[in-house]
Ligand binder design. Structure first.
Ligand SMILES: Nc1ncnc2c1ncn2[C@@H]1O[C@H](COP(=O)(O)OP(=O)(O)OP(=O)(O)O)[C@@H](O)[C@H]1O
Length: 258
């Protein structure tokens, strides 16, 4: 049985004649955590929106596993200041959810106390947790998180990344996230995809940290941050970061070795 959830091949996209994505090849597998990194404007959010089917490629193909359930946590949420919307009313907008499920999801992300608060009045960190709860209410096979810890203080960031790892273990879902926090996020990721319009490099955090393309983009300090963390696995990866089910190494689209 295939473990593939998402695949993009030879993805290319322009906005008003400006090339934003080119030659994008990437496959996401069940249960893995992949982090997209890259400078501002390098196409990370655009790639996420393409993978979610919210934007169409100019050329290339996107494939999603049939009936794939995706929980998406966007980078921004635009709610008008004057709109009377409590957290629980906001979460009730997810089709078919009950109050009990909403309470359970908020408990899971540590934000039950804001259940009845106005959405516009909760703190940045609380809002991130509420958005994560909303993504979980979809019972996702894939969580897509666009800068999940923005506006969250450092302790809160550590907690959120750790929570994301726990959610993967508990639900067996894959996680695709965009992040600028190389220092923190690398503890929580299996594979890094470094994007700058095209895929500059990809692989395990340790491998990417030594890649000249990564060092050129982010500098040596970022490379050290990335290399610092070694997380524990109960499984092995191949050179692309894919989980190995046997001793065989299978060449993939990101392969740049013999
Ligand atoms: N709908 C759009 N119309 C025109 N240009 C767009 C549109 N969406 C994104 N862009 C441009 O595409 C480029 C990539 O944007 P994108 O938001 O994907 O970058 P990003 O890597 O997510 O950046 P950041 O790290 O700052 O969030 C940018 O130059 C942006 O201005």
């Amino acid at each position: 049985m295939s473990t593939e959830l998402l695949r993009i091949e030879q993805g290319r996209l322009s906005f008003a004649g400006q090339l934003v994505l080119e030659d994008i090849d990437f496959t996401l597998h069940k249960g893995e955590i992949v982090t997209l990194v890259g400078p501002n404007g390098s196409g990370k959010t655009t790639l996420v929106r393409v993978l979610l089917g919210l934007l169409q490629l100019d050329t290339g193909t996107v494939w999603r596993a049939p009936k794939l359930r995706i929980g998406y946590m966007p980078q921004k949420l635009a709610v008008h200041e004057t709109m009377p919307l409590s957290v629980w009313r906001f979460l009730r907008l997810v089709p078919g959810v009950s109050l009990v499920q909403i309470e359970a999801a908020l408990t899971e992300v540590g934000a039950l106390k804001v259940l009845n608060s106005p959405l516009q009045r909760i703190s940045g960190g609380e809002l991130q947790r509420v958005l994560l709860a909303r993504a979980l209410l979809r019972k996702p096979q894939l969580l897509v998180l666009d800068e999940p810890v923005q506006g969250v203080d450092v302790n809160g960031q550590l907690e959120l990344y750790s929570l994301i790892g726990q959610l993967r273990e508990r639900y067996g879902c894959a996680v695709l996230m965009v992040s600028h926090d190389l220092h923190l996020v690398m503890r929580a990721t299996d594979r890094v995809l470094c994007l700058n319009r095209h895929v500059c490099c990809s692989g395990l955090p340790e491998q990417v940290s030594h890649d000249p393309a990564f060092i050129e983009l982010f500098g040596t300090q970022a490379a050290q941050d990335l290399a610092v963390y070694h997380h524990q696995h109960d499984h092995a990866h191949d050179l692309h970061g894919c989980v190995l089910t046997d001793e065989q190494h299978n060449h993939g689209p990101d392969c740049n070795h013999a």
